[in-house]
Design a protein around this ligand. Sequence first.
Ligand SMILES: Cc1cc2nc3c(=O)[nH]c(=O)nc-3n(C[C@H](O)[C@H](O)[C@H](O)COP(=O)(O)OP(=O)(O)OC[C@H]3O[C@@H](n4cnc5c(N)ncnc54)[C@H](O)[C@@H]3O)c2cc1C
Length: 379
Amino acid sequence: MSKRVLIVGGGMGGTIVANGLARHLGDELRRGEVAITMLGDTDQHFYQPGLLYVPFGRMRESELSREQRQVLNRRVTFHVDPAKHIDVEKNQVTTDSGKTHGYDYLVLATGSRVMPQNIPGMVEGAHWFYELAAARKLRQALDTFQGGTIVVNVNAPHKCPVAPIEVTLMLHDHFRAKGMGEKVRLIYTYPIGRLHGLEPVANWVKPEYDRLGIAYETFFNTSKVDPAGKTISSEEGVDLSYDLLITIPPHQGAQVIDDSGLGKGGWVPTHPRTLHREGSTNVFVVGDTTNIPISKAGSTAHFEADTLIDNLVSLIVDGRMTRTYDGKVYCFLETGMKTGTYIWFDYETPPSPSPPTQMVHWLKLAYNRMYWLSARGLL
Ligand SMILES: Cc1cc2nc3c(=O)[nH]c(=O)nc-3n(C[C@H](O)[C@H](O)[C@H](O)COP(=O)(O)OP(=O)(O)OC[C@H]3O[C@@H](n4cnc5c(N)ncnc54)[C@H](O)[C@@H]3O)c2cc1C
């Protein structure tokens, strides 16, 4: 009987795993010894990192998505039929349409979603760019902004931990280029006692903000937004007035994870090195869905996926695992409209941002266009 690999979620992590397995197990797939099935909730594959550029008109919406079928290896069976219940005892997943898919190996790759509705007034009073419709709306707000105070408000947990810094530095350059530098005051808020969760990044960004005149408020855990009074308040008792509020809303994992009793808030307890779901030997987790305390980022999903591909291939072919994930994350970071830097780190090595250069900015822009090769496993 063939070995059945079932992948739930067709974003970055799930797609890279599916394509990598299909490439390495080509012979087994042809002989019918292996079957790879993916369940998704949309027929589109969306490149989320491109959303950073939408408010500034620097990436076209048409560049951000492709048909998922075109991105996937043709030997992967793909159903647009979201998982409704995942039963890890019976090794089966039931979908919205009522179908049941059994598996020998399950990969959970359901990602994370923004939850602005979790903070009173946030939906009505704030803009964000972590979803396409919201990023489009923010673009209109930036186009018509006449000056005043912009609060960039960061809530946790959230994916792409460097995006709030990037958008702040890009806003600074954007308004300076429009000749409005003197008219715009930027305030950045962060929930803990420094400007970023990773201490070396916080130490790097503080003098940058000081140099550029960007104000900040740390220990700011958002309690509510008052859209009429245009204020945002923290649990620590600080009220900030704004003319434009840009938030990174708090995130949760997918509903199906909670509904299936696999993890609180949609985060699945995951072994940080083997990527097993804690308590399972045939269920693996990749990307934002894990509860591993590292950055929720596409590069994390990619490095985890590489580990998982090797392990699933060797499990299927040899019955054993060969690799562990070392916590590797690599992120390009825009430091304005013309320069960028990068950070990499793993479980043992802390990040160390290098001085920004124009070259890294161009590399990030180039990667945005090359992502589709990466999703196919060609990069
Ligand atoms: C504005 C922005 C900028 C970013 N910039 C960067 C960056 O510069 N570098 C970087 O590394 N990362 C960046 N990221 C983060 C990166 O996009 C995510 O971390 C990455 O997409 C996570 O991959 P994933 O596979 O875990 O989840 P996703 O790519 O979100 O995929 C999850 C998939 O699962 C699907 N799904 C959910 N529930 C179900 C269900 N019940 N059944 C079936 N399918 C389901 C979802 O629809 C989705 O398609 C950025 C994100 C944003 C929003």
